[in-house]
Design a protein around this ligand. Structure first.
Ligand SMILES: CC(=O)SCCNC(=O)CCNC(=O)[C@H](O)C(C)(C)COP(=O)(O)OP(=O)(O)OC[C@H]1O[C@@H](n2cnc3c(N)ncnc32)[C@H](O)[C@@H]1OP(=O)(O)O
Ligand SMILES: O=CC(=O)O
Ligand SMILES: [Mg+2]
Length: 352
């Protein structure tokens, strides 16, 4: 037997560690905003970022130079103290270095021991299989016990290796700490030997061409989404495990239109949020990962038309039944969550 028994699955992994969560906290996580914590100028903006983003993440991994890893770790711990994260209702996360790096152990131990009260989620990069989650799970439990934490820290895995992709379902189910998974299109592209230098999004060479025209005129073609399969599989793995799926980074900061479309495709396929690498992407993510007022109003009409969620109804010529009631509930519940944080959208959702 390679799985824990059901009774053991929810037992703390170290004496004195907090009980694992049976249900994930319901939080609005439309964007995980990446902060390079070693840069004093950017770190100074964290209190402001905490009012704009749903989640602020101190990044210790890629994009942080090797000679700034210690400073980034110090900066991340300082970020924990800069804001009353739980009081504000903003998530405080950190992306640590990979398990095989010289920095992982100190990243995790210092974060849990010195910022464990504030830290909601540790993002684990380049997760290859459930064994990576099991190792980190045990290690964090020991540190939580040492720090006397009462609330368990959750894990978020990045899907950025071919092996991680092949084992995504096992990763999603590996521990009650699992909060979600993000697509890591840059590392995943490299590991798969995809021929691109981009961070997420489409590629002009990845397209389908119309059949030949009889008159020999130019054939139309359209770009396709190289991430469709990966995102759809990630969403299924996450939702099977009762955790959340996220898009990940979109590296062409200047191309806000392509960024918005890529985020929107992920939202429609089931993702809860994405990463924002630059302040301009926070607004894009907010727009995309909050349901549109028209959709919310129609969803609420469906719920009203079928108060107990069963039967059949017609609305504007469209058949509604138990299944569309469930779709409507997803949208309406998300709108309620958004409304708690965003008075403008709350008004738009309530307007006739
Ligand atoms: C594949 C992956 O792993 S993706 C994840 C790893 N990568 C990251 O985390 C990158 C995070 N983002 C960044 O480092 C930066 O946004 C960069 C390098 C991409 C661009 O930075 P810049 O060239 O300085 O951008 P730009 O000049 O447009 O910045 C405008 C302002 O926003 C600030 N800013 C830029 N990025 C951020 C950020 N992530 N958070 C807060 N403030 C930011 C800049 O400091 C600047 O402030 P100022 O007006 O007070 O000088
Ligand atoms: O870490 C993210 C990625 O795309 O790689
Ligand atoms: Mg990566």
């Amino acid at each position: 037997m390679s799985q824990k028994t059901p009774r053991n699955f929810f037992k703390p992994l170290a004496i004195g560690a907090p009980d694992p969560m049976r249900e994930l906290p319901i939080r609005l996580e439309r964007m995980i905003h990446f902060v390079p914590p070693h840069l004093d100028k950017v770190r100074a903006k964290v209190p402001q970022m905490a009012t704009q983003a749903d989640v602020v993440l101190a990044n210790l991994e890629d994009a942080i130079p090797a000679d700034a890893k210690d400073a980034a770790r110090d900066g991340a711990i300082e970020m924990g103290k800069m804001v009353d994260w739980q009081g504000k209702g903003t998530g405080f996360w950190s992306r640590v270095n990979p398990l095989n790096s010289p920095w992982f152990q100190e990243d995790v131990s210092r974060l849990v021991l010195e910022a464990g009260e504030q830290l909601d989620v540790i993002m684990l990069p380049k997760v290859e299989g459930p064994w990576d989650i099991h190792f980190a799970d045990q290690y964090v439990a020991q540190l939580e016990a040492k720090a006397g934490l009462k609330r368990p820290i959750l894990f978020h895995a990045i899907l950025e290796t071919a092996q991680g992709m092949a084992l995504v379902e096992e990763i999603a189910l590996a521990s009650p700490r699992m909060q979600g998974i993000s697509l890591g299109p840059a590392d995943l592209a490299a590991d798969r030997k995809m021929k691109t230098t981009r961070v997420g999004g489409g590629h002009p060479y990845y397209r389908v061409v119309d059949d030949p025209n009889e008159d020999g005129s130019k054939r139309e073609s359209a770009q396709q989404d190289p991430w469709h399969y990966t995102i759809a599989r990630m969403v299924d793995a996450c939702r099977m495990a009762g955790i959340n799926a996220f898009y990940g980074p979109f590296g062409d900061i200047a191309d806000s239109e392509a960024c918005e479309q890529q985020f929107r495709n992920a939202f429609l396929l089931g993702c809860s949020g994405t990463w924002s690498l630059h302040p301009s992407q926070i607004e894009i993510a907010k727009r995309v990962f909050s349901p549109a007022p028209d959709e919310v109003k129609f969803a609420r009409r469906i719920l009203e038309a079928m108060p107990d969620g069963t039967g059949v109804a017609m609305l504007d010529g469209k058949m509604q039944d138990d299944a569309t009631w469930k779709q409507a509930k997803v949208i309406s519940d998300l709108a309620d969550l958004v409304s708690e944080k965003d008075p403008e959208l709350a008004k738009a959702y309530a307007a006739d």
